[in-house]
Design a protein around this ligand. Structure first.
Ligand code: TYD
Length: 137
């Protein structure tokens, strides 16, 4: 999928001494970082996300616990099981994404290339589908 892919971060260390992952904008993150936010304490029956962004690029990391992420670009759908803090998902613009099956201890950190802006969200699924059709026509 063009605008959605797994990023494997380099981890320094080993299972005995623990691991260190460094995140550096424009080196292992493909943009300037403007915002970092995180979610935690999400109930396992809750579905978060359920939107796409018009312009925002983001990378999701599961720092603790596990979560499933479904991404749909209007053409292809992929499901990713995020359960490793050295693995991230790049979710670019115009990708509908949903996070679900949160493990109770899941901490999801998101790194974004812009500030929070509600007008960048597409929260209506039918609107997302028609915008995808417009782009592809
Ligand atoms: P939302 O992006 O819908 O969260 P999720 O995708 O995890 O379900 O945001 C939830 C609420 O938090 C919404 O009211 C907007 C607000 N919010 C901010 O104020 N700042 C932020 O950086 C983000 C991501 C959300």
């Amino acid at each position: 999928m063009n605008n959605c892919k797994i990023i494997e971060f380099n981890k320094i260390g080993d299972e005995y001494g623990g691991y260190l992952v460094a995140i550096e904008d424009n080196l292992n993150i493909p943009f300037d970082i403007k915002r970092v936010y995180y979610t935690y304490g999400v109930k396992d029956n809750k579905i978060r996300g359920k939107h796409a962004h018009r312009n925002l690029d983001q990378i999701l990391l599961c720092l603790n616990g596990a979560v499933k992420v479904k991404c749909f670009d209007g053409y292809e759908e992929i499901e990713i099981h995020l359960d490793d803090p050295s693995k991230g998902i790049f979710i670019g613009s115009m990708v509908w994404h949903e996070m679900y099956d949160y493990r109770e201890d899941a901490v999801i950190m998101v790194i974004a290339d812009d500030y929070y802006n509600e007008s960048d969200y597409i929260r209506d699924y039918d609107e997302f589908i028609s915008l995808c059709k417009e782009v592809n026509s």
